[in-house]
Write a protein that binds this ligand. Sequence first.
Ligand code: ADP
Ligand code: MG
Ligand code: MG
Length: 516
Amino acid sequence: MSSLIGGIYPPTLDDGVERDQLVQTIKDWTIANGLAVRPPPAFADGEFEGALAISAPVTLFPSPFPKACFEEARAIQTKYNELYARISQDEEYLGSLVQEVAGGDDFIANLWKVHLRVKEEGYVQNLSLGLFRSDYMVHQDGDNLQIKQVEFNTIASSFGGLSTQTSLLHKHLAKTEYPLLKEPVSLPPADLPPNPSAEGLAAGLAAAFHAYGKSALGHQTCVLFLVQDEERNVFDQRHLEYALRSSGAEPIPVFRLPFSQILTHTTIPPSSPGRQLLYHPPQNPARTFEVAVVYLRAGYGPADYPSQSAWEARYQIERSAAIACPSVLTQLAGMKKVQQVLATPEAVTSGPGALRRFVPDSDGDATYQALWKTFANIYPLDTSPAGLEARRLATDPEECKRFVMKPQREGGGNNFYRTAIPRRLSEIPESHWGSYILMELITPPPLVNTILRNGKLEHGGVICELGIYGTCLWDQKTGAVLRNEESGYLLRTKGDQSEEGGVAAGYGCMDSCRLV
Ligand code: ADP
Ligand code: MG
Ligand code: MG
């Protein structure tokens, strides 16, 4: 990709004042503007009692990203939003995929049980909100650069708050610092695209809040963020909260509640057929708010469900009248298994594939083809002919090096790469292999950048992953789509020796795009 830029980029900095000056500016800007995270517990437990923040890991320069790929990913987001809204509505189809993985995956089985319990008594809320993020890497095949989807997130899609700030940081440096370097860098504003991710995600939450309407019980309505107890990425969430609070003429009340305290601070009045979710703020339990929207930044993995009462808490949210972001069905639509069946060619399914099911001909072939182009090869590990072939590849000591194997999990750190795949498979019963999928590794073009993490610089080859946010509000019963927007982007960058790329999981860092 360096051929697209010309010259050496990013420039080499001298080891002395030049580098220190840039680093100091970044350290100050990040804290001054909330591009920050809480420090790890070892630091946080000291004498500062929760008053510490540290700069989020960032690149010194925005990484080059092909403009055509960036535009393609943005342009397709509303189609992806609609696709996943439709999948969420197809309970029967989702149920069949859940059955395929549930045998080896209690977590997915338990989520499905929550849905079935609520289905039995009947859902009282038909509206569903998705704050999605579709993640891609640029796949290089000779001279051809094409975005390939890494995954589609339907729950707790994070970094929309920090991402806006990262774009602003790099814009600031482009004005103040880069032109002063010994090898000056000139980045015209048009090469640094605007990134309204915080505002866009907040607008999605606001749309659901307003669609909920007034409380039939006469309470003030609110938005409830469900969060993890020891969340370090709290400022990312706060940026969304602050944007949401100030998004309209009327202030929207927003509360944060640890997932573990749902049953302590929320109730559903037994006498009310509307099953309104009531929130009682811990600081003043005499006050009652009615929850219009529940935004989950927790509950996406087994660690948030240490006991049956946590599952009861999720059930309470799901059966309530609050608009869930996401509902259980929408969360399940984000299973890697779903992505795998969408990406399975019709030659293999010998009949209309999953993508056809959700993108009917009436949508036009262009939509189908545009989505199809973004899929990498993904295989089941079941006992179908395609699955058996994938099992052969996954257990072959050479072939396995082309793949990553994924369970139905979120949040980073769960995958098995290359030669770890046969090792992992040998540890689990064959009857559970079907709860994983096998995906070809995407090979992005080589890039170089410097990451500033915990005050230290890491220079070397990097790999970038682009996420496009989407916000979608729809009616599960009628299929009507009330909102469907592309909502900004995330660029995450990791060292090219690291397999995983999650910023929160400690592997990646925040970045922004220099379009080339
Ligand atoms: P999670 O839901 O845990 O984030 P992902 O599917 O995003 O799971 O995988 C985690 C990370 O693994 C990605 O951010 C990316 O760095 C790497 N990864 C996943 N799939 C691929 C792939 N097909 N090719 C290359 N890297 C991948
Ligand atoms: Mg994910
Ligand atoms: Mg991911």
